[in-house]
Design a protein around this ligand. Structure first.
Ligand code: MSP
Length: 624
């Protein structure tokens, strides 16, 4: 029997649409689940929506529709968005599911019968016009945060959960199960919180004030909502959903943002204890995606909607998943910007991965490496690389067990970069492929090996980019691709290049340039900004035989440079080459292509030879 693995995300409030934050947690859980499937686990992945409570009731009345209809519509929005983001959950949970409501009512009754729920007085800040309670931290200088009118303390009868009774049990539980809250910093936060006396928790609202909740079975005048309702979804799902079973309790992981750490690490285990269930094995609380001014928030208009962004940048869903997973170190917050996304996409996907495939494929076809293959060679290659791939796989899986997709991805990408380097070392384009000799056979075998390495890299990246990597794997499996790899991850061209398109050098201006080079001073020379650049793509200029259009990595930026060296170089042989770039040359347009810099080359008898700084120099390093 395969080992079981059950992971959940929070149930997102339906009063807001899916956004980057909820998309991140859900993609994260999806990636972790897909990896666990690969590792051979019998997995279950639950996500869903939280539909009860004041805020949702308000949102539905604002929209002028019945709360249940409102929830149905919003739940559908989540379902559609997650589908477009390739999220492959097993359960989409809704707290208005009657089977769940019944489950919660049974628990309430049981805990009440055991004496852990009691009626008492509740005092809080109340806004009479809005008919709403606020906490101390909500109110703004004694006024309601919603309407700005003064709030008053009022006292009413409510039901309380005897949370205080479980304080010592909880402290002991956390100390005896060091992995039950991750990362460690969050565990310490919870233990710090538990140093103060734990108060009992108010879990009800009078139905007269809030009807949109779960009726309390032993007192029809009250409802419960949010925490005593929604948290139980993780457990009730194992009882009420067809593709689940009781064996999946306790869940392996609740994945969530640090905003709901206390509810999941203090309220939830004490609820479970009181109801007679085992606590979950582990809670992992990740950081926040931040906008420029703190957490993305609806009220500040800083919320990013994933599908809008994907449309705007014209990037693939998988590339979006990749960049979110690669950019965030889950222990910390991460800043989000379109620039970060574009940079990561271009450097890792278009350049490292896309380019590797592109080069290998083109050479495979051009040099007929198909002829160097045989079943024996294929088996030989697989045996040769087995150990390396196994090591990589194990270390990637370990990073996933640590909830570090960014490290897992980086390990795979390091490997991919190494494959690119090996092409540079073997230089297959220097050989004469019209003959078959030992060197050619050895080189072709080395390149076929790289293709298999790429296959395994794609397999390891598949949980992050399911559609793209499945496509890449099947291309390699069949060694058949009509369009070559160019379409795998087309580079995103920054708008800055589009702006520079405006600048052109007219023929008159060109004439003004000095014909002869006269003596220059040291100061004149010092004005030149010479940098090491790495060529990351190269193609023939469509309208000029002598020109190549190069994309050069200058460390913190990428530039397009047009160079008159086509007579001496095939574009594909330039990729990965370090060059000396005049980086502060005024941009110019050459036959319709922008050129933002110049590369240095020697010219002997009409043939060019590029001046190439050492391979180990990083792009952007100053040449003086
Ligand atoms: N309904 C409750 C949870 C009940 S769970 C039984 C709730 N909903 S929520 O819609 O506010 O979702 C909060 C969660 O959304 C966070 O814990 C996190 O998973 C995700 N995120 C929301 N904003 C986020 C960021 N800016 N960054 C990262 N994750 C964020 O709380």
């Amino acid at each position: 029997m395969p080992e079981k693995f059950y992971i959940t995300t929070p149930l997102y409030y339906v009063n807001g649409e899916p956004h980057l934050g909820s998309a991140y947690t859900t993609i994260f859980a999806d990636v972790i689940t897909r990896f666990h499937k690969k590792m051979g686990f019998d997995t279950r992945f639950l996500t869903g929506v939280d539909e009860h409570g004041q805020k949702i009731l308000e949102a539905s009345s604002k929209a002028g529709i019945d709360p249940q209809d409102f929830c149905n519509q919003m739940a559908q929005r989540y379902v559609e968005t997650w589908k477009k983001l390739s999220i492959d959950y097993d359960v989409f949970f809704r707290t208005t599911d009657p089977a769940h409501v019944k489950f919660v009512q049974n628990i309430l009754q049981k805990v009440y019968d055991n004496g852990d729920i009691y009626l008492s007085e509740y005092s809080g800040w109340y806004c009479t016009p809005d008919e709403r309670f606020w906490t101390e931290k909500d109110i703004v200088e004694g006024n309601c945060p919603l309407c700005g009118r003064p709030v008053h303390t009022i006292t009413e009868q409510n039901y309380f959960f005897r949370m205080s009774r479980y304080q010592q049990w909880l402290i002991d539980h956390i100390k005896n199960n060091p992995d039950c809250i991750k990362p460690v910093s969050r565990k310490n936060e919870v233990l710090g919180f538990l140093k103060k006396p734990l108060e009992d928790l108010c879990i009800s609202r009078p139905r007269a004030r809030l009807s949109w909740g779960v009726s309390i079975p032993f007192d029809d005048n009250y409802v419960t909502y949010v925490w005593f309702d929604a948290l139980f979804n993780y457990l009730s799902s194992t009882r009420i959903h067809n593709n689940m079973s009781e064996d999946f309790w306790p869940a392996d992981y609740h994945l969530l943002g640090k905003d709901i750490l206390t509810t999941h690490c203090v309220y939830w285990p004490t609820f479970l204890k009181a109801a007679g269930f085992e606590p979950v094995k582990s809670v992992f609380a990740h950081g926040w995606w931040l906008a420029d001014k703190g957490k993305m928030s609806k009220s500040q208009g800083t919320v990013v909607k994933p599908l809008d962004l994907i449309d705007k940048l014209g990037i693939d869903v998988d590339a979006f998943r990749y960049t979110l997973m690669r950019e965030m170190v889950p222990e910390h917050d991460a800043k989000f910007s379109e620039d970060i996304l574009i940079k990561r996409y271009n450097s890792d996907l278009a350049n490292d991965l896309g380019n590797l495939y592109n080069r290998l494929w083109k050479m495979y076809v051009k040099y007929n490496w198909e002829n160097y293959r045989s079943p024996e060679i294929d088996t030989f290659i697989e045996t040769e690389i087995a150990q390396t791939i196994e090591q990589l796989r194990e270390s990637v899986y370990q990073s996933i067990r640590d909830f570090h997709p960014h490290t897992a991805i980086e390990e795979i990408l390091q490997f991919v970069r190494g494959l690119n380097k090996q092409i540079e070392q073997w230089k297959p384009w220097k050989l004469d492929w019209s003959v078959r000799n030992d060197v050619n056979t050895e080189t072709a075998t080395a390149m076929l090996t790289l293709i298999r390495d790429l296959y395994h890299s794609a397999d390891l990246l598949e949980p992050v980019m399911p559609a793209k990597m499945a496509e890449l794997k099947s291309w390699i499996e069949t060694m058949h691709l009509p369009a070559g790899g160019a379409g795998l991850f087309p580079r995103i061209v920054k708008s800055i290049l589009e702006e520079k398109e405006q600048i052109t050098i007219t023929p008159e201006k060109r004439k003004e340039e000095p014909e002869k080079i006269s003596d220059i001073s040291f100061e004149d020379f010092a004005r030149l900004d010479l940098r090491v650049g790495k060529i990351i793509s190269a193609r023939k200029h469509e309208n000029a035989d002598k020109l190549l259009v190069l994309e050069v990595d200058l460390g913190d930026e990428k530039r397009q440079v047009v160079a008159g060296i086509a007579i001496s170089y095939e574009p594909e042989n330039l990729i990965g080459l370090n060059v000396a770039v005049v980086a502060n040359l005024k941009p110019a347009k050459l036959r319709g292509e922008i050129s933002a810099g110049m590369i240095l080359a020697a010219n002997q008898d009409g043939a060019f030879s590029i001046l190439s700084p050492n391979d180990d120099l990083k792009p952007g390093v100053r040449i003086s």
